[in-house]
Design a protein around this ligand. Structure first.
Ligand SMILES: [Zn+2]
Length: 176
């Protein structure tokens, strides 16, 4: 397995999530730990995960060593990296939503340009970047509350997230 290093940005308060460096690091750590520990692949492919797997944490340096999920769709589009056909898109996305829902995790940081939706060389779809997130309705800042009010009004988050992932991934996959 290939690994990457991720360091939580050194800012007093991050303007996007309204969190201190420590809070943002802890939020992402908690999300990934929950997703890693309870991961259940419901795809026929039986993927090892659709989220980064924590190999190591260097807490005093706000550093993660994570499994490499591949570039995100935004980077593929930007850098003209060769695209690939993705098998079992519906199944993989259902699996991502299943795991998020089961663990009561919401990730607000997804957009139509394919940010934070990664595709590995093997065509495995993963969701990354959990520092604009909410676990079990525990909203840590006013910024996150705003995203929550916008994206999860009447509990529509998971349905909308599924639709969004389908559109982004299918566009990308057809676009060979
Ligand atoms: Zn799966």
């Amino acid at each position: 397995m290939e690994y990457i290093t991720k360091i939580t940005k050194n800012e007093k308060i991050n303007k996007w999530n309204g969190l201190t460096r420590e809070q943002a690091f802890t939020l992402e750590k908690d999300c990934l730990t929950i997703l890693n520990n309870n991961f259940e692949c419901i795809c026929n492919l039986k993927c090892s995960s659709h989220f980064p797997i924590i190999k190591e944490l260097i807490e005093d340096k706000f550093t993660f060593i994570l499994s490499n999920c591949g570039p995100d769709i935004k980077s593929y589009n930007k850098q003209n990296i060769e695209k690939m056909h993705i098998n079992n898109i519906n199944e993989q996305i259902d699996c991502i939503i299943h795991n998020l829902k089961k663990n009561k995790i919401i990730n607000f940081d997804l957009s139509k340009n394919g940010k934070n939706i990664c595709i590995s060389k093997e065509g495995i779809i993963s969701m990354i970047d959990f520092d604009m997130a909410v676990i079990d309705n525990n909203i840590l800042s006013t910024q996150l509350q705003k995203y929550y009010d916008k994206q999860n009004k009447n509990n529509v988050y998971y349905d909308n997230c599924r639709k969004k992932l389908m559109i982004i991934t299918k566009d990308f996959s057809n676009n060979i």
